[in-house]
Design a protein around this ligand. Structure first.
Ligand code: PLP
Length: 433
């Protein structure tokens, strides 16, 4: 395609024209192409991508089966508005309903994670009185007006003016317990505290608790296994709905279809997206089949039923199944965390290694004893990774910037895993010197 053969000054003019305000943008890498777990820039450098493009390419870049399915689909139609049925839309709803744990048998589609979460908030409001939502410290749910305000406190938050009431309660961040207690002796004091706070703060039960089962952008924080059923029980006792934002954790990232399966706890609404689309935009929710549905027009967007994304999602689910990617994520994840924990015994810089499957976070500290966060070192770590051809993720928002993320496509090869671990240790050694 001729128009893609731009020269450097065209590209620079484009950069100047962009307003900004997103996240990232500091890489200045122009992508040429990707395959499997690797991406190549225009200068021909190859990088192993441990970020899966915002944790979305679970089946890798341009998976041939996804590309082939989409190539076939677009011969027939591309955009079809929500009023019409299409085969991909119906087949995908059937498939998602089959995968939904417990009673999560109903499906609703969205185009972005923020609008899916906002849809869940709307659905919760249709099912419960009141207006208060509860969220967790360091949670992240998106950047629309309501989801931004339901996330961690956004800096310089001019947008609060348009937000409903949100109560944030401390989460089970056991490495840095908000109550300076230790697990399991604490007997999940954070859940008891949350319950009491909600009862004291609200004159009527909140509508819902919205949380990520593993906090991704907030620092890769997974919780003890008994936290999940305890939170479920609290919501039931207080008659509030439980919404799990599984936008990052779904579709193999944690070694199963959903974190709900891993932690054997079923929320009332489960948000899906990212990895589902195999590189195409599709989000949505799985909801309990006995919840009151939306009223006509409550949640509808022009491209929300984009059949091309639905086709890609169907192909992606098939790839995850046929290539055994759930098992692969569990196996490779266990190996990587085992090796990182072995490094932790050698290097003071490694404070905590977290996460099931290929949803791995490593918290870097200046001293394992004081746990002083190693912010600058983490920033340097990411830059050193790039120089060596590995893109590591970085938790860098809301002052949570000392976590390195390893969340590659689930199709990453064993040789690439070795390379990532070698580079990881090389950088830790260099920074520790
Ligand atoms: C857990 C979680 N929720 C919501 C979102 C927002 O999704 P989107 O950027 O598609 O609006 C993200 C995106 O990073 C996410 O990780």
């Amino acid at each position: 395609m001729d128009f893609l053969d731009a020269n450097e000054s065209d590209l620079e003019a484009g950069r100047r024209a962009l307003m900004g305000g997103g996240v990232g943008g500091d890489l200045r890498m122009v992508v040429d192409h990707g395959a499997g777990a690797s991406l190549w820039d225009k200068a021909g450098h190859e990088y192993i991508d441990c970020t899966s493009q915002a944790w979305s390419l679970n089946v890798g870049y341009c998976h041939p089966k996804v590309v082939a399915a989409v190539g076939e689909q677009i011969k027939y139609f591309t955009h079809i508005r929500t009023s019409f049925d299409t085969v991909p839309k119906l087949l995908l709803a059937k498939r998602l309903s089959e995968l939904g744990p417990g009673r999560l048998k109903k499906v609703s589609y969205s185009l972005t994670g923020s609008d899916a979460n906002e849809g869940a908030m709307k659905l919760a409001l249709r099912n419960r009185p009141g207006d208060l939502f509860v969220t967790l410290w360091d949670g992240y749910h998106g950047r629309t007006l309501s989801t931004l305000n339901a996330s961690w406190p956004h800096p310089d938050n001019r947008f609060k003016a348009w937000s409903g009431p949100v109560l944030r309660v401390p989460q089970a961040y056991c490495y840095r317990c908000p109550f300076e207690m230790s697990y399991p002796e604490c007997r999940l004091f954070c859940v008891r505290f949350a319950k009491r706070t909600i009862q004291k703060a609200a004159s009527e039960p909140p509508v819902a608790l919205m949380m990520e089962p593993i906090q991704g952008n907030g620092g890769m924080i997974d919780f003890p296994a008994d936290y999940y059923p305890a939170v479920r029980a609290m919501c039931d006792e207080l008659d509030m709905l439980l919404i799990w934002d599984e936008i990052q954790t779904g579709f193999g990232r944690v070694g199963d279809w959903f974190a709900a399966n891993v932690y054997k706890t079923v929320p009332d609404i489960l948000i899906i997206g990212k990895g589902l689309g195999g590189g195409f935009p599709i989000f949505g929710m799985l909801l309990r089949d006995d919840l009151a549905p939306f009223h006509p027009g409550d949640h509808s967007f022009t491209f929300a039923h984009f059949p091309v994304s639905m086709t890609a999602a169907l192909a992606t689910i098939e790839v995850i199944e046929k290539e055994g990617l759930l098992e692969r994520s569990r196996r490779l994840g266990a190996e990587i965390t085992r090796r990182l924990n072995a490094m932790k015994a050698k290097y003071e810089l490694i404070g905590d290694v977290r996460g099931p499957g290929l949803m791995i976070g490593v918290e870097l500290v200046r001293s394992q004893k004081t746990k002083e966060p190693a912010f600058e070192e983490t920033h340097r770590f990411i830059a050193e990774g790039l120089k060596r051809g590995v893109i590591f993720g970085e938790a860098k928002y809301s002052k949570l910037g000392n976590v390195v993320k390893i969340k590659p496509p689930l199709v990453i090869s064993e040789a690439q895993v070795e390379r990532v671990l070698t580079v990881f240790e090389e950088i830790v050694r260099e920074i520790s010197r």
